[in-house]
Design a protein around this ligand. Structure first.
Ligand SMILES: Nc1ncnc2c1ncn2[C@@H]1O[C@H](COP(=O)(O)OP(=O)(O)OP(=O)(O)O)[C@@H](O)[C@H]1O
Ligand SMILES: [Mg+2]
Length: 244
């Protein structure tokens, strides 16, 4: 059986079990050592389940980006554990299962827009012609299909962020992690990006975790994790927020 088919089968089995996409137990991440050590995240025990939509809020430096990187397997924990039972294992071993939108500029400057969005599909071993077709559809879905031939330097901040959203969605991920996706955008552009993310979550049946400083953005998501000094000081599920 080809490797990808085996992975798909494992994923289907996990999904049937209703397994959490991410499961954190007493998760921590410290940068540096000794007197210079910075405890960016500590004591986080939370799950992300299929269909969840969570806004992560908290002051600058409270650990939001570090936590999202840990959830996405982009950074290793220095204590505690994180596992991905509903995704079939570590995200780096099953490319395309998580779509990540980074806080800063993240498009590859030497590739045009279409190539940037095609890249994750090629990394997941998609057929190149099919990958290009799907990348065009993903760009159209967020309203930037006409920019396919431009390079990132030729885009506005809002256009670049919509391309980053298309890149995150193109593999039809089960989990979308968006780190301040609207931080550099005006209200109208922020609204377009958030609507794209929420539509994709609904269409794919994915979970969506968004870090933000903007209360209007956070209020569009039914669950909330509030971070303070590296810890999740308050977590509320959709049901609790509705009940308040
Ligand atoms: N690579 C790194 N090396 C050393 N310290 C780091 C590193 N990345 C983050 N930190 C520190 O970890 C802490 C948490 O940073 P993080 O970027 O996760 O916060 P944040 O909540 O995302 O902040 P912001 O809202 O400004 O984006 C901060 O004190 C930061 O200075
Ligand atoms: Mg951050």
């Amino acid at each position: 059986m080809p490797a990808q088919t085996q992975v798909d089968q494992r994923l289907d089995e996990a999904a049937l079990d209703g397994a959490p996409l991410v499961d954190c137990r007493d998760l921590a991440c410290t940068f540096g050592t000794g007197e210079a050590a910075v405890v960016a995240v500590h004591g986080v025990s939370l799950q992300v389940c299929p269909g969840d939509q969570i806004g992560v809020t908290g002051p600058s430096g409270s650990g939001k980006s570090t936590l999202l990187h840990l959830l996405g397997g982009l950074r290793s924990a220095t204590a505690g554990t994180v596992s991905w039972p509903g995704l079939g294992g570590h995200p780096l071993g099953v490319p395309g299962r998580i779509g990540f939108i980074f806080q800063g500029p993240s498009l590859v400057p030497s590739l045009d827009v279409l190539e940037n969005v095609t890249l994750p599909l090629l990394m997941a071993d998609a057929d190149p012609a099919e990958a290009s077709h799907r990348a065009r559809a993903a760009l159209d879905a967020v309203g930037v299909g006409t920019l396919a031939a431009r390079v990132p330097d030729e885009l506005s901040g809002g256009q670049a962020q919509r391309v980053a959203v298309a890149r995150a969605l193109v593999c039809q991920p089960r989990l979308l992690l968006a780190d301040e996706p609207t931080g550099q955008l005006d209200h109208a552009a922020a609204d377009v990006v958030m609507t794209s993310l929420l539509d994709a979550r609904a269409r794919l049946g994915a979970a969506l975790v968004v870090s933000t400083h903007d209360p209007l953005i956070a209020d569009r998501l039914s669950g909330r994790w509030v971070m303070r000094d590296g810890a999740v000081a308050g977590a509320s599920s959709p049901a609790e927020r509705v009940a308040r």
